[in-house]
Design a protein around this ligand. Structure first.
Ligand code: PBG
Length: 331
């Protein structure tokens, strides 16, 4: 290189000032693109979740303030999970109109149903004593088609409770078609379906198991996807769109950005991603140790998910991050 060498192309030119950087920024976040997952337990007192600092199991009372705070911050919606006291083989609590999730849905729909998209987890794992996402057959295997009947029943109770968007997270074959048919037959033609299409069998769900006091023995590898499979994630999303999913999802988010990008490129419905409990816990733990800048890491982790193709991100930081966006401390 000669002493007088001058670069012909200077990408740094557009990075020189905050105003230039802002003018050429390709990805921005907006509060409406964030969804807050919320846990609601039976009982009188909220309970902290040790592996998810800052996240609690709410009560039917304390959840009111949480969803109002989310609405005030402008988040797009809340995804509700129920934590029941009693569980059984069929997950009866899931279809009891007065089961904790359905009660919570009524409370939240009443509180913020006009401002937010009230969403519910449609899966049996929080309600079964064995902790699996479906009912078991005589040999102890998850029975796909018997589970579809339970999901269809759940869908009707959740829709009647005021859920606007059902989050089908159980990874049973045919679940979108079965739930769509059940809803339509009962007149719930406007209740929408969010299909957790490419849901991987992930270690990052670890803290969630504490969050819902899961009793799971074994693992979910006979129904959730193998982390190494990229093509299969796209295939699952295409099947769900064909079955009538209104929105498809990739989960977890951060370790599956390639799958997210593939699905976003192929999908003609909105594509969402779920930044799961373990993704939250890792950043919180590192930040608590002073090893990373918490605010920047939270923001960067969600920006990465949006950049890869997610239209909306489910994240436990939804309300806090929306507040930062509103205050202009991040974009
Ligand atoms: C199933 C469900 C799970 C999560 C959301 N829905 C757990 C699982 O599939 O094992 C995990 C969410 C998280 O880890 O934040 N009902």
């Amino acid at each position: 290189m000669s002493e007088s060498f001058l670069p012909r192309v200077r990408p740094r030119r557009l990075r020189a000032t905050p105003a230039l950087r802002r003018a050429v920024s390709e990805t921005r976040l907006h509060p409406s693109e964030l969804v807050l997952p919320i846990f609601v337990r039976e009982g009188d007192d909220p309970v902290a979740i040790a592996s998810m600092p800052g996240v609690v199991q709410h009560t039917l009372d304390s959840v009111r303030a949480a969803v109002n705070e989310a609405a005030a911050a402008g988040v797009g919606g809340v995804m509700l999970f129920g934590v029941p006291e009693v569980r059984d083989a069929m997950g009866s609590g899931a279809t009891d109109p007065d089961g904790i999730l359905n009660l919570a849905t009524r409370v939240v729909a009443d509180e913020v149903g006009d401002a937010l998209v009230v969403q519910t987890d449609l899966c049996l794992d929080e309600f079964t004593d064995h902790g699996h996402c479906g009912v078991l057959d005589a040999l102890g295997r998850v029975d796909n088609d018997a589970t579809l009947e339970r999901y269809s029943e759940m869908a009707l109770v959740q829709a009647a409770s005021g859920s606007a968007l059902l989050g089908l997270s159980g990874m049973m074959d045919g679940q979108v078609a079965a739930v769509r048919a059940a809803l339509d037959e009962s007149g719930f033609i406007d209740t929408a379906i969010l299909a957790y299409s490419a849901k991987y069998a992930s270690a990052y769900y670890g803290p969630f198991r504490e969050a819902v006091a899961s009793t799971l023995q074994g693992d979910r590898r006979s129904y959730q996807l193998d982390p190494g499979n990229r093509r299969e994630g796209l295939r699952e999303a295409m099947i769900d769109i064909d079955e009538g999913a209104d929105i498809v999802m990739v989960k977890p988010a951060g370790s599956y950005l390639d799958v997210l990008s593939d699905v976003a490129a192929a999908s003609d419905v909105p594509v969402w991603a779920y930044q799961v409990s373990g993704e939250y816990a890792m950043i919180e733990a590192a930040a608590a140790n002073g090893w990373i800048d918490r605010q920047r890491a939270v923001h960067e982790s969600v920006i990465g998910i949006r950049r890869a193709g997610a239209d909306t991100v489910l994240t436990y930081w939804a309300t806090e991050l929306a507040g930062w966006l509103n205050d202009g401390v991040v974009a």
